[in-house]
Design a protein around this ligand. Structure first.
Ligand code: GSH
Length: 204
């Protein structure tokens, strides 16, 4: 069975939700504490030199990192979890998927561990990445329609990102006030019965 290396509340929760939507079995390997020196980090670094979660090990030993790569892999077998190929929505799905991981996710890479990246003010780097992320989310909000999901009535793998990300900085109260469409989509995903175990274990 595929092994998913993750930690509670982290991006691995996004992939867990994707697996449930796709009906795919996986084994959860909790590497909580992976971002500090120790055996969890050593185990992760053997698979992923970035030391990041999620990290996925397939049955044949292939390692897949990057939430977007995992999403695209799942879509090969579960195309219904994105707008249909050939539809106008399909390139929008690709754009927003890549946009999230290329723009929003790195703000956490630099903002969560600012002392790694500057010998100056770590607080300033954290604050500036926080501000930039808020600007990004405001643009993302402008891309959403009437819901209930990003692409209307059909849930897609993109929706799983929103369900996790509203728990991350700038946190739920900010999203509720400033990006109500994103917030509503995230809550809609979180209502799903089949995701309850993941949501509670990840304290989302
Ligand atoms: N681009 C990656 C980002 C993954 C990522 O940054 N994960 C965070 C946890 S949510 C992490 O592992 N941070 C530790 C670090 O960057 O050292 C993806 O989409 O999977």
């Amino acid at each position: 069975m595929m092994k998913l290396y993750g930690a509670p509340g982290c991006g691995s929760a996004i992939v867990e939700m994707m697996f449930v939507l796709a009906g795919e079995q996986y084994r959860w390997v909790n590497v909580e504490g992976f971002d500090a020196p120790g055996p969890q980090r050593d185990a992760l670094l053997e698979l992923n030199p970035l030391g990041q979660v999620p990290t996925l090990k397939l049955d044949d030993g292939t390692v897949v990192t990057e939430t977007a790569a995992i999403a695209l892999m799942l879509l090969d077998a579960h195309p219904e979890l994105a707008p249909p190929v050939g539809s106008a929505e399909r390139p929008r799905f690709h754009r927003l998927l890549i946009w999230l991981v290329a723009n929003v996710y790195p703000t956490f890479t630099y903002g969560d561990y600012p002392e790694r990246w500057t010998s100056g003010s770590a607080l300033e780097l954290r604050d500036s990445t926080n501000r930039y992320r808020q600007q990004l989310y405001l643009w993302l909000e402008s891309q959403f329609g009437a819901g209930p999901y990003v692409f209307g009535d059909h849930i897609s793998l993109l929706d799983t990102y929103l369900a996790a990300m509203i728990s991350w900085r700038p946190r739920q109260a900010w999203f509720e006030q400033n990006t109500p469409k994103m917030y509503a989509i995230a809550l809609k995903v979180r209502e799903r019965e089949d995701l309850q175990e993941i949501i509670s274990r990840n304290e989302l």
